[in-house]
Design a binder for this molecule. Structure first.
Ligand SMILES: Nc1nc2c(ncn2[C@@H]2O[C@H](COP(=O)(O)OP(=O)(O)O)[C@@H](O)[C@H]2O)c(=O)[nH]1
Ligand SMILES: [Mg+2]
Length: 478
């Protein structure tokens, strides 16, 4: 180990000797010991007493020296300072200021104040004591600096080296964690729930495609228009996903709900409290107007307290008038005939005590404007409060049915009666007409038998007919 520089200074007094020492060695010189010495004068005449001081100066100056690692201590300090600033920015704020990067590490005792130890930053969290550095080395105290002058430079260097090792260790931990996080992240991207793996998703998609394809074919076969079938299937498939697509009963239930949800149903016919409920049947020739009114009249007459009257406006054919008269006689209800709206008004005045008034009309062609206009005039003037039943035969084709409904919609309060439903297997045209017209459906007639072959329209009737032949078995069959 390299020895310190030693010097002796002699002077008549101690203070003069020390002054000489300081003048040569500067303030860092350390006073080691003093002696009294006798010194002969020139030519041996007389002698005087002198004070001799021995002083030491540490040879190793820290300023320009390099550490064992070859890095200058101030460079090390800068690295430490930067690391500290980055650490502080992580734990306290999101940015690093210039001051963080340039401040004097040794002047800032705050930097060595105890910090919380946590997680991977534990290595950076040592207190002053833990780092085994004497505080007075760091606190610029001139007295302690003198005392420890011989130790300070090497202590600082050791401390810095130790701290560099900590930083390296810390960086290793961070690097390792980043690698692990990266792997986790990649793995997370690849992880899919077991039941939605790619193969099971495509299997579900294939199955659901087959199911919806079968349903579509069925609806088209029943005569439902392509645009309605598409719309029904799109709506259900959009609301059904994942495992639900494998549940045929659920899919069928949703299809049924979607089909009936587009239909409107008229409320049941009930007597009014203060006046008769007037019901007028209109529609094409031979659709079942007379028969349907006879069925309704007969049903309401089963309740003996109910009073009804039949009125016919069909004076074009004698047989037509006689048909209703016969029914009224069988039922035991009064029967009236009117040639025009004036006669009709007078007849109505005579029957204000009735619960129901059923008005039969002559069949008209929707393509003949005159006949429909006459009907409209009667409806508006003579019976403005009447419930209009538009009778449409179920075995009419799509286009004709749409034209009939459009042509006979003479008032706001029009409900549809689909007649002769027993004569058709394909309910599609009925469904299309009902949905497209947006009119409420009142009754369905199911045969010629009076009064039995009639029923209030209901979702069940439509589903029974439209879904016939479409069940879970047919959907799962290959
Ligand atoms: N199959 C079947 N025939 C019916 C139905 N309703 C009426 N009819 C028949 O259709 C024919 C014409 O009926 P009708 O009441 O005279 O029709 P209108 O000209 O509109 O009055 C008659 O033979 C009825 O028996 C029904 O729901 N089903
Ligand atoms: Mg008739």
């Amino acid at each position: 180990m390299e020895s310190n520089l030693r010097r002796t200074y002699q002077a008549p007094t101690l203070s003069e000797a020390i002054a000489a020492m300081r003048a040569e060695l500067g303030p860092d010189a350390i006073f080691v010991e003093k002696h009294k010495i006798r010194k002969k004068s020139m030519f041996g005449i007389g002698c005087g007493e002198l004070i001799e001081v021995v002083a030491e100066l540490p040879r190793r100056k820290k300023k320009e020296r390099k550490s064992e690692s070859g890095i200058r201590p101030d460079a090390i300090a800068k690295v430490i300072r930067t690391a500290q600033a980055i650490r502080n920015s992580r734990s306290k704020k999101t940015w690093v200021s210039d001051q963080d990067l340039t401040g004097d590490i040794f002047a800032e005792s705050e930097m060595f104040s105890p910090r919380k130890k946590s997680g991977i930053y534990k290595g950076y969290s040592q207190t002053l004591e833990e780092r085994e550095i004497e505080p007075n080395i760091l606190l610029n105290d001139p007295n302690s600096r003198k005392k420890n002058a011989s130790r300070r430079a090497s202590d600082i260097e050791d401390s810095n080296l130790k701290y560099m090792k900590e930083i390296r260790h810390e960086l290793d931990i961070i690097k390792k964690e980043i690698c692990e996080k990266k792997v986790d992240f990649q793995n997370r991207d690849n992880i899919k729930p077991s039941d939605t793996s790619e193969s099971s998703i495509s299997e579900i998609n294939n199955n659901s495609l087959k199911i919806f394809d079968k349903i579509n074919s069925h609806l088209l076969e029943k005569g439902i228009s392509k645009h309605l079938a598409d719309s029904i299937i799109t709506s259900v498939s959009e609301r059904t996903s994942g495992e639900e697509l494998n549940d045929c009963s659920l899919v069928l239930a949703r299809i049924k709900k979607e089909i009936t949800g587009r239909l409107k149903f008229a409320p049941p016919m009930e007597p009014l409290p203060d006046r008769p409920l007037i019901v007028m049947a209109i529609g094409s020739t031979g659709v079942g107007k007379t028969t349907t009114l006879a069925k309704l009249g007969a049903i309401f007459c089963m309740d003996e307290s109910m009073k009804i009257v039949f009125i016919t406006l069909d004076r074009y054919r004698i047989a037509a008038s006689e048909q209703l008269r016969t029914y009224s006689e069988i039922i035991g209800a009064p029967f009236e005939e009117a040639n025009d709206e004036e006669e009709l008004s007078k007849i109505l005045d005579r029957h204000v005590d009735k619960d129901f008034v059923f008005i039969d009309t002559a069949g008209r062609s929707v393509h003949k404007h005159e006949g429909v206009s006459e009907l409209k005039r009667i409806a508006e003037r003579a019976v403005p409060d009447a419930e209009i039943l538009l009778l449409v035969s179920s075995n009419t084709d799509n286009r004709e049915m749409a034209e009939i409904i459009r042509g006979f919609s003479i008032k706001d309060r029009v409900s549809i009666v689909f007649t002769k439903t027993d004569e058709t297997f394909r309910w599609g045209p009925i469904y299309n007409a009902a949905v497209d017209s947006k009119l409420p459906i009142a009754y369905l007639t199911t045969g010629q038998s009076v009064p039995y072959d009639i029923e209030p329209a209901s979702p069940r009737s439509f589903i029974t007919s439209l879904m016939e032949g479409l069940d879970i078995e047919s959907l799962t069959r290959e």
